[in-house]
Design a protein around this ligand. Structure first.
Ligand code: TPP
Ligand code: MG
Length: 884
């Protein structure tokens, strides 16, 4: 390492080095480490003020002498790898030749091929392995390579490869990236939104531990591997949860960062070194770091570097230069890298320019990569990251190797194809190669046999997504009887009703232990703290301290087999836990039902991308937006009040979203949702908004369960209504009050309906509309909305505590004129009453809108509108909540 301190006594320094050398030779690494650490501690405590340094020299962590022998046949593996490389390149080239602009990536896999091949041949455990299956997050843009291998194994056919990125082709195609939603028997994890893979992998590894600690499964040494791009590590989510992994000693977790030093536009760190920076971040966070920078070709050079000058030069040089050397070749490298010091030039004078340029890097050398994996899978007590130096577009030559344009290289021309063929010795004639065909290994060949045998020995082909879970018995809905019966005079919030439901559910003998309550430091806000003691907060270490409230019955109890995942102020982490639990039916073959309750505003708008990924991965579970509703959450203000998460939920295809008003609705929906998830094997996420306004809850009316689930049920019927009111969630109270006013002050008796889900109504209506459109000869079908409302062609006023677009979703399908009241605009801190007035969703504005609707419908005189405004003191000059 470069040391700015000028050594006044090099001889003394040398003597110290000699002592260390002796210690290493006589006593080995551990003893030497102990000696040095003791010396450092001594120096530090005697005022030496040592600088903090978390990086190690820019060389491989594992020395050549520490490398295990390679257990495979390197020649056969190289041949297999070459064919995988070829097919991966060919499928992208073909796709873009036939359909220009269809996209795809050649360079990412080209850089990562060795990293994957060594793992496929020697480490990844498949679904039939006696230990169970490893969980592997493949780098999304490397998908062509993963398909190419599956093709060689005979799992995919040529037609499918041919239709890469054309999933809608008649005979089926392959998705661009890992999407379990689209290829549910193949991909396990959605990784292509960068940064989500790393955080999700950490929480998968943690959830695996949770399942073991809670006694659901044995600890069989299964691993979670996450393959990541070095550019991807700039996403805050990538590094954001590192300390959780080390704090929880997740030695079942292995990150492999493909350090090709490039991202899409150019270098990840032109002016410094990304590998060193990542090492610092990971070591600082308590991870085991294995750097795989230089291949075996460098061993001798580095061993001969007695003066340390080569190492010094390697430390000096920045990534921008390292990339230039890849592109410019040997002569340039000699002049600019070695040429800086005459001694270095001398070191390489026996090596030709061509050989110099070809000195292989660590991430392309199976020996080095194997050594790294071998250490990683055996390392105890900490998660491991392998930082592997590779070249982006490796083997593409002038078509893009190491160049800034490499990420967007979508096809090779004939000349480039021939170069690639030669570079990897792919057995194709010129004529054949120029057509970029897919190459299949002969089933009698050694390579084919080896490929298949290796995977057989390791438990089967990968990637694979299975569901080996069995249905869970569900208790009857009567376990929630107290919620179905109403609260009498007692006023409670829907949040309190939910907590009661969760308490009952977790105590249930049939399903209780499969419930995974997840909470990001908000349990007391929601009144969930009694569950801490009842269920315990999961902690692998148990509780090493006496909690401050240990003298109380409901103390803060952390325990090794605790059921609650208390994630701290960490919504991205919490949703990652939700994802891990909600796909447990597939990853662990055991159905678990996550209930993740969070502060509504910090849900969808903060981590929607992870929720989207959850949808892609067919996660099942319940999301609960607590303290929701723009006017129902009083006091807090603009950044707390959620009035729009239902828009996001409506746009997420496998989310069923409900805004609930009464306890019995919650019981009905949760019971139905559990049935879908645990017995019908539907991949659904239920999203329920819950509020903190206290009011009384009626007993459940007869025969409304199905309608509650469908999204709309009747609260009050009238013989011949002239209009109807639709209320939703907490604003149901204002709707009922408005109906009273309409009756008392205007002698109007509206029909009253409760909307539990605008989005479910809309989906149903859309589906029916579509069916009717394309079946003109058949009797038209009728949506639930139509069945409920088509009897009376009267004006409708709909009110919710969300932006108007939420209730407007059903506008086109509601018979008669439709008026939506909602909470568009930024929130404010004030009382509920004032907020509902401000957003014009209170009972008076509902009445006003109803009267105008009737006037426009010719049923009342327009002068009544003005009269109503005066009567209820509604100021026509009041500023608009949308713009003020
Ligand atoms: C969140 C997100 N932002 C941007 C992209 C677009 N994108 C795809 S690949 C890529 C560059 C990837 O670089 P790196 O992570 O270093 O991977 P490499 O291909 O170099 O292995 C970008 C910006 C994305 N997929 N996800
Ligand atoms: Mg990169």
């Amino acid at each position: 390492m470069t040391n700015p301190y000028k050594d006044p006594d090099p001889q003394e320094t040398q003597e110290w080095i000699e002592s260390i050398k002796d210690a290493l030779e006589e006593h080995g690494y551990e003893r030497t480490r102990h000696l040095l650490e003791t010396l450092i501690d001594f120096a530090q405590s005697n005022g030496a003020r040592l600088p903090f340094n978390t990086s190690t020299p820019f060389v491989n962590t594992i020395l050549p002498s520490q490398q295990p022998p390679y257990p495979g046949d390197r020649d056969i593996e190289r041949k297999i790898k070459s064919v995988v490389r070829w097919n991966a390149m060919a499928m992208v080239t073909k796709a873009n030749t036939e359909t220009p602009g269809i996209g795809g990536h050649i360079s990412t896999f080209a850089s990562a091929a060795t990293l994957y091949e060594v793992a496929f041949n020697h480490f990844f455990k498949g679904a039939d392995h006696t230990d169970g299956q490893d969980l592997i997050f493949f780098q999304g843009h490397a998908s062509p390579g993963i398909y190419a291998r599956a093709y060689l194994e005979g799992r995919l056919n040529g037609q499918q490869l041919h239709n890469f990125r054309r999933e809608l082709s008649e005979k089926g195609g392959l998705s661009s990236y890992p999407h379990p939603y689209l290829m549910p028997d193949f991909w396990q994890f959605a990784t292509v939104s960068m940064g989500l893979g790393p955080i999700m992998a950490i929480y998968q590894a943690r959830f695996m531990r949770y399942m073991i600690d809670r006694g659901f499964m044995e600890d069989t040494d299964r691993k979670v591997f996450a393959y990541l791009g070095d550019g991807e590590m700039d996403e805050p989510e990538s590094l954001g949860a590192l300390t959780l992994a080390s704090r929880e000693n997740l030695d079942n977790l292995i990150f492999v960062v493909n350090c090709n030093l490039q991202r899409l536009d150019g270098p990840v760190r032109g002016n410094s070194k990304v590998i060193q920076e990542l090492e610092r971040a990971f070591r600082g966070a308590g991870w085991n770091v294995i750097k795989v920078i230089w291949g075996s070709d460098w061993d001798e050079l580095l061993e001969n570097d007695a003066s340390g000058l080569l190492l010094q030069r390697l430390e000096e040089v920045v990534d921008g230069d390292l990339l230039k050397y890849v592109v410019e070749g040997g002569a340039y490298l000699r002049e600019h890298f070695y040429g800086k010091y005459p001694e270095l030039l001398k070191m390489v004078e026996h090596i030709s320019d061509e050989e110099l340029a070809k000195l292989r890097l660590g991430g392309h050398d199976p020996l080095k990569v194997y050594a790294a994996y071998n250490e990683a899978v055996n390392f105890k007590g900490k998660p491991t990251v392998i930082l592997a130096r590779t070249i982006k577009g490796y083997g593409l030559g002038e078509a893009g190797e190491g160049r800034n344009i490499t990420h967007n290289q979508k096809k090779l021309n004939e000349e480039e194809l021939l170069y690639f063929r030669d570079r990897f010795n792919v057995p194709l004639s010129d004529e054949e190669a120029m057509k970029a065909p897919f190459y299949r290994l002969d089933e009698t060949s050694l390579e084919y046999k080896y490929l298949i045998d290796r995977r057989k020995a390791l438990g089967g082909s990968l990637p694979i997504r299975t569901d080996r879970s069995t249905p869970l018995d569900l208790p009857d809905i009567s376990i929630f009887q107290e919620l179905l019966d109403g609260t009498g005079d007692r006023e409670i919030s829907t949040t309190m009703a939910y907590v009661r439901l969760l308490t009952i559910l977790t105590k249930d003998k049939t399903i209780g232990k499969h419930i995974v309550p997840i909470i990001p430091d908000e349990a007391r806000t929601f009144g969930m703290d009694p569950l801490f003691r009842q269920l315990g907060i999961y902690s692998h270490k148990g509780q090493l301290y006496d909690p401050v409230d240990s003298d109380q019955f409901l103390y803060y109890k952390e325990v090794k087999d605790g059921q609650i995942l208390e994630e701290g102020i960490n919504e991205a982490g919490s949703i990652s836990s939700f994802i891990a639990a909600g796909m447990s039916y597939s990853t662990h073959g055991i159905k678990m039902i996550p209930f993740y309750i969070y502060y509504s505003m910090f849900g969808f708008q903060r981590v929607w991308d992870l929720i989207w990924a959850a949808g892609d991965m067919r996660v099942r579970g319940f999301l609960l937006g607590g303290t929701a509703g723009r006017t129902t959450l009083n006091g807090e203000g603009l950044q707390h009040q959620d009035g729009h998460s239902h828009l996001a939920a409506a746009a997420t295809p496998n989310i069923k979203a409900y805004d609930l008003a009464y306890a019995y609705e919650i019981a009905t929906i949760v019971h139905h949702g559990m049935k879908e998830m645990c017995q019908d094997d539907k991949d659904v996420i239920y999203y329920l908004t819950l509020e903190n306004e206290n009011y009384t809850h009626q007993p459940m009316p007869e025969g409304v369960a199905d309608d509650i689930i469908k999204g709309l049920y009747k609260i009050h019927a009238t013989e011949n209504p002239t209009m109807r009111l639709l209320g939703s969630g907490p604003l149901m109270g204002e709707v009922l009050a408005a109906a009273e006013l309409l009756k008392k002050d205007w002698h109007i008796e509206p029909g009253i309906w409760n909307v539990t889900s605008f989005s479910e109504l809309r989906r149903d209506a859309e589906e029916i509309e579509r069916w009717n459109l394309i079946h003109p000869e058949n009797d038209p079908k009728h949506s639930h909305l139509e069945q409920c409302l088509s009897k009376h062609h009267v004006p409708t006023v709909a009110v919710s505590d969300y932006v108007k677009m939420v209730s407007e979703q059903i506008g086109p399908y509601v018979p008669g004129p439709y008026y939506a009241l909602g909470t568009d605009g930024f929130g404010r801190s004030d009382t509920r009453e004032n907020l509902r007035h401000f957003f014009e969703v209170d009972r008076y504005y509902i009445v006003l809108t109803a009267i105008r609707a009737l006037a426009l419908d010719g049923k009342m005189d327009m002068s009544k509108v003005d009269e109503a405004m005066k009567k209820y003191n509604l100021d026509p000059e009041k500023p608009s909540p949308i713009t003020v």
